[in-house]
Design a protein around this ligand. Structure first.
Ligand SMILES: [Cu+2]
Length: 206
């Protein structure tokens, strides 16, 4: 096991502690734990591994962001580029979901019981979704160029799908990081003799 400290990037103020535990399978789930500098577990961080090698094409899984009790559920969604996301309105009131984000600019008039066609998210980046009628409604979509992604749970843990051996950029993004700032990024090497990798990120939000 080795600990290594990384400098925060100029655009973020994240600090990072990487801890890799070695084992023996080619394909292993990778558990990434995200905490802030006070040791607090960070929920709803998006963790993803971008391979630095060619992957066979994978089909992006669709996602659903519902409107319920004048909220978007879930608050944070992560999808692979090319994913379709549907936005069902399960309230009796009307919603107008929209985004001005460069990765996806859209406006949907959502009526209860009248489903709209899913939207295609084909550009990587952060999409902030609001409602024209209810200002408090917010959702975040992180569109990523990789099938290897996960969100942290209430314990700050994200379990990535099995990672083939090779080099990756391991990225972490959180909706409370400085607006417009890049996701935290650091190299991750998955070797053939490493079955499980535990990566602990120590991460300070503004
Ligand atoms: Cu609304």
């Amino acid at each position: 096991m080795s600990n290594k400290h990384f400098r925060p990037t100029l655009r973020t103020i994240l600090t990072l502690l990487l801890c890799v535990a070695a084992n023996n399978t080619v394909l292993a789930n990778t558990v990434v734990t995200v905490t802030d500098n006070s040791g607090q577990k960070i929920e709803d961080a998006v963790v993803y591994a971008e391979p630095e090698f060619a992957l066979p094409a994978t089909k992006a899984e669709p996602a659903v962001i519902e409107q319920k009790n004048k909220q978007f559920i879930p608050l944070v969604t992560v999808v692979q580029t090319g994913a379709l996301i549907s936005f069902p309105n399960n309230d009796t009131v009307k919603h107008q979901a929209y985004s001005f984000s460069p990765a996806k600019n859209f406006e949907l008039k959502l009526y209860s019981g009248k489903p709209t066609a899913p939207l295609l998210f084909d550009k990587a980046g952060t999409v902030t979704v609001g409602c024209n009628i209810h200002d408090q409604m917010l959702a975040y979509i992180q569109v990523v160029n990789t099938p290897f992604f996960a969100k942290t749970d209430a314990h700050g843990n994200a379990t990535l799908p099995s990672l083939p051996a090779g080099k990756y950029a391991l990225k972490v993004w959180h909706y409370l990081q400085a607006p417009g700032s890049e996701p935290h990024s650091q190299p991750l090497q998955v070797a053939k003799d490493i079955p499980t990798i535990a990566v602990h990120l120590n991460f300070k939000l503004r």
